[in-house]
Design a protein around this ligand. Structure first.
Ligand code: EPZ
Length: 427
């Protein structure tokens, strides 16, 4: 297993290019299952979650052709069976998208229960509710979710609470269902809109993505399309916070500022300066950071995927900050690692109380999930001394070339392979 060694205390300065959005890309790559022709996808991030998705499609019979960096051609006409390989599927949450796409293509799907970041219980009851509304039956058989339908018919789907994956899977199953589907209480994340735009470019008829009511008129077939994936709002936010935490000054390029509004607003309250341009944001700090309270919400609220990073920044802000994250059962597993670095945080259920400290100090820590790992990188960049981060495979699931991008910003970060430890192979 590889580790990062970060010698912190260096203000980040310079420019960083943001890659394609992981949570859009995993949905769009999987959506190619519905296409009756080849798709060309651009701005696809080279991260392990995408590698796993592509490997699953390849193992099922799809042809995958890298055309150039971050651009791939995917032709899924070679997929003849609605069955997903077990081992790869259990490595990530996005494998649940094979349920909706295979159901949409074959009226059948046999997909292992999904895996992904350990953030507590992550059921798929709302996904199954959506499929049932459209006419599918389901059973869980030896760890595999089996769906089947004679035909899929448009219907009204009302989610009990906002679910990104549930909304995406309902879209997948509805685009070829007979008649009109209305999805109420839908998720509104930028990647929902990006997916709808991709599906519409294939010939789907989706209206209202980005609002809480999405209307889909089923069509008989979807063709191949060429599509460019949006920039990653969470990767961008992570670098914005790294700039603030190191009292640096960086230009984050290739972003959509509107997608960053809640992050920008919170950074300004804490005392960072954020200058918004058409497709970039500049972040720098001139004063002492001050406390702020934070509650994560579905988009357009503050994203839960930015909570560990923002909480890390608040450990260095004057005063007491209260962070509430009730989107998942437990998104504070990184707190114990931050305490090793001198952070003063206490957690009670879904609420963290953070007392600002003057500085963090480098220590050996372990990434517990993707965004927790990103938070520990930020802590290491800000800390005095060397921070050693283990299990960095979590970080590589969602951050393309993170050490190269940080080195370009002046960070002292090195990757070391630890001999004799199992190497996690996505491909
Ligand atoms: C997606 O996860 C993202 N993953 C997550 O990003 C992100 O944190 C989350 O949306 C919220 O924005 C991908 O897009 C691959 P949900 P998802 O369905 O779809 C519960 C990252 O760091 N729930 O909106 O799983 C669920 O347990 C990852 O990039 C049910 O109870 O999120 C959670 O508590 C981490 N039943 C809450 O709802 C269901 O059927 C929100 O989950 C579905 C969800």
């Amino acid at each position: 297993m590889d580790k990062f060694f970060i010698n912190g205390g260096i203000p980040l300065r310079g420019e960083v290019e943001i890659s394609g959005a992981k949570n859009a890309a995993v949905a769009i790559v999987t959506a190619t299952i519905l296409a009756e022709g080849p798709c060309i996808l651009e701005n696809v991030p080279e991260i392990s979650d995408i590698s796993i998705c592509l490997r699953m499609l390849f193992d099922m019979g799809a042809s995958i052709k890298p055309l150039k960096k971050n651009t791939i051609e995917i032709d899924t006409r070679g997929i003849k069976e609605p069955n997903v390989p077990y081992e790869l599927a259990r490595q990530m949450r996005a494998s649940s998208y094979f349920l909706g796409t295979l159901l949409g293509k074959f009226n059948k799907a046999n997909v292992p229960m999904p895996g992904g970041c350990d953030l507590g219980d992550r059921p798929i009851d709302q996904h199954l509710k959506a499929f049932r509304c459209l006419g599918a039956s389901d059973e869980i058989d030896h760890g595999v979710v089996r769906l089947s339908a004679d035909n899929l018919f448009g219907s009204q789907i009302y989610f009990d609470f906002i679910t990104v994956g549930g909304t995406i899977n309902a879209m997948f199953a509805a685009v070829k269902a007979q008649g009109l589907t209305i999805i109420e209480n839908a998720a509104k994340e930028p990647h929902i809109v990006d997916l709808a735009n991709f599906l519409n470019s294939m010939g789907a008829d989706i209206m209202g993505a980005g609002t809480d009511v999405i209307k889909i008129r089923g069509v008989s077939s979807l063709k191949g399309a060429t599509y460019t994936i949006i920039p990653d709002q969470i990767e961008a936010g992570t670098y914005m916070i790294a700039a603030a935490a190191t009292k640096g000054d960086i230009l984050v390029k290739n972003v959509i500022p509107k997608h960053l509004e809640s992050i920008t607003a919170k950074l300004r309250i804490i005392g960072a300066t954020v200058v918004e341009n058409d497709d970039s944001v500049r972040v720098f700090v001139e004063n002492q950071l001050v406390k702020a309270n934070l509650k994560t919400m579905p988009h357009p609220g503050f994203p839960t995927d930015m909570q560990p990073q923002m909480s890390t920044l608040l450990t260095l802000a004057d005063g007491t900050s209260i962070v509430t994250d009730d989107i998942f059962d437990n998104r504070f597993r990184y707190v114990a690692e931050l305490r090793r670095m001198g952070a003063d945080i206490s957690v009670d259920g879904k609420v963290a109380v953070i007392e600002g400290v003057g500085e963090l100090t480098g220590a050996p820590v372990k990434a517990t999930d993707l965004r927790a790992g990103a938070a520990l990188v930020i802590a290491g960049l800000a800390a005095n001394g060397v921070t050693e981060i283990d299990d960095i495979y979590h970080i590589e699931r969602g951050y393309e070339c993170i050490e190269e991008k940080l080195k370009q910003l002046g960070a002292d970060i090195k990757r070391k392979s630890i001999p004799g430890t199992a190497v996690r192979q996505a491909l």
